[in-house]
Design a protein around this ligand. Structure first.
Ligand SMILES: NC(=O)c1ccccc1
Length: 504
């Protein structure tokens, strides 16, 4: 096989697309110099694409019938048995459908990717299987993970097990619903703006967005490398710590990982909170749509920590609002460049690229009208930023993120943890099929103000259920300094052991 060569006219067109003035004659001169380069492309084209081997046998599985899919949370049911023993022996795990499970279809919530079958397992899949876990399938997620509500997923919205017709949260919607419904022990979610913590909060389960880079993202479909996180969603704190213990650590293939510091997270449990200093973050309560029912349960949660022996006081970090603002250019432009224009992979990083996913996802261009309205809105704003400002707001936002992170880190000099509501609200109704655009977008983005700053800074942040408001779960979020997951689990386990969260 050899790759297609341009003719002189095509080279002139390329030049024009790159803002150069070039006649066809000049283009022909350049063309004559390209042969050696294209010959090297041919060599790459002929070589096999090196992939890690698939270790455990599996079948493609199938979408369960409607009666076995009450919440629309299953994309695929299958069964991949891992090693005979290990930390996850006997435990069932479902993967968000943006995680590559070799041989099993993956569509990341979008019909534009339907039919794609990954050729290799994500690093976290290998780790779960090596630890003896059983992967029981793929959970429906939001359209390319770009919604905090559970109504943008193809093929259908995911329902909250607490209340049919209500949002399960997103974008790891099915992952949360299946754990909350007790259909699986544990799940994997992803979080770029809150997508682990939002559905965990709406569904009353535990979700950990660990420090950026602690869990290898290799083989999970990227949105934007600087905010991509994947991690555990579980029914209790112990399972969460256990699953993170299995997932965490460098894999040598992921540019998001800067020598991550791993700990034995389960050893942090049962130590109580005496002596821990917890700062209640004032700015964390400032979202305009913050519900009174949420504030009262989270404040009561803070008081419970104080009763258990932690020292709890209010703190203020004005830069919290800067991190929140910076999330917008980073996500809007960064997502457009890496996930869409960069075909799900982007460029300029060393590591393992999913070439099959790149090929399959690049086809979105022929189906752009079928993208969700959340994708369209995000792409349009991102494109405006690129066309008119050439990415300067992305660049400036990354710098502001460094400054904001330093402000939190200064606070972590005297406080072990920060505490605030995971979300401003409890689960909201799923918009009707013909709902106005404004409502569809509101339900997708109305809850990200609280979660997204910590995607930008990369700090670990975990949601714990802390009570009910109007009969729906409220989440309390604990945030720590980089790699302080053990401190978060220590506090979370004490909070959980203090009593049934539904009764507070
Ligand atoms: N992937 C995410 O975390 C996300 C959440 C909410 C809105 C957009 C993106």
């Amino acid at each position: 096989m050899s790759i297609k060569r341009p003719n002189a006219e095509e080279v002139a067109d390329l030049a024009a697309s790159l803002h150069m003035n070039m006649t066809v004659e000049e283009a022909a001169e350049y063309l004559a110099l390209m042969g050696g380069m294209f010959d090297q492309y041919d060599i790459i084209d002929e070589l096999p694409n090196p992939l890690p081997p698939v270790k455990y046998p599996r079948t493609p599985g199938a979408k369960p019938p409607a009666k076995e899919n009450k919440y629309n949370a299953w994309a695929i049911k299958t069964e991949v048995k891992g090693a005979a023993g290990g930390k996850l022996a006997g435990r069932t795990v479902v993967l968000k459908d943006n995680v590559a499970l070799a041989g099993v279809p993956m569509m990341n919530g979008s019909t534009t990717l339907e039919g794609f079958i990954p050729a290799a397992d994500a690093t976290i899949v290998s780790r779960i299987l090596d630890a003896g876990g059983t992967i029981v399938g793929k959970a429906v997620c939001e359209h390319f993970c770009l919604s905090g509500g559970s109504h943008t997923s193809d093929p259908a919205p995911v329902h909250n097990p607490w209340k049919m017709g209500y949002s399960a949260g997103g974008s790891s919607s099915g992952s949360a619903a299946l754990v909350a419904a007790g259909e699986v022990d544990m799940s994997i979610g992803g979080d770029q703006g809150g997508s682990i913590r939002i559905p965990a909060s709406y569904c009353g389960i535990y979700g950990m967005k660990a420090t950026h880079g602690l869990v290898p993202y290799t083989g999970v479909m990227p949105i934007e490398s600087t905010i991509d996180h994947t991690g555990p969603m579980t029914a209790n704190v112990k399972d969460n710590a256990l699953l993170l213990e299995v997932l965490a650590g460098a894999d040598g293939f992921d540019p998001r990982q800067y020598a991550p510091k791993v700990s034995a997270y389960t050893e942090a449990l049962g130590k109580g909170v005496k002596g821990l200093k917890i700062g209640v973050l004032k700015e964390g309560f400032s979202a305009p749509n913050m519900e009174e029912g949420v504030v009262s349960k989270v404040k009561a949660g803070a008081e419970r920590f104080a009763k258990m022996g932690a020292s709890v006081s209010e703190v203020s970090i004005p830069e919290h609002m800067h991190a929140l603002a910076a999330w917008n250019p980073i996500t809007l432009e960064g997502f457009l460049v890496q996930m869409m224009l960069g075909n799900g992979m982007g460029f300029n990083w060393k590591g393992l690229y999913d070439v099959g996913l790149l090929d399959a996802h690049s086809g979105w261009r022929t189906r752009a009208d079928d993208l969700s309205v959340t994708l369209k809105l995000t792409m349009l704003v991102g494109q405006w930023g690129l066309e008119h400002y050439r990415g300067r707001y992305y660049a400036k936002s990354r710098n502001i993120a460094i400054q904001a992170k330093a402000a939190y880190d200064a606070m972590f000099g005297s406080y072990d943890l920060l505490l605030m509501p995971t979300l401003p609200c409890v689960a909201t109704p799923i918009p009707a099929k013909d709902a106005p655009l404004a409502e569809v977008v509101q339900r997708a983005f109305e809850m990200t103000a609280t979660t997204s700053p910590f995607d930008v800074t990369g700090h670990p942040a975990m949601t714990l259920p802390c009570g009910l408001s109007d009969g729906l779960p409220v989440g309390l979020m604990l945030i720590g300094k980089d790699y302080a997951e053990s401190t978060i689990y220590q506090a979370a386990a004490a909070f959980e052991a203090d009593g049934d969260w539904k009764k507070f």
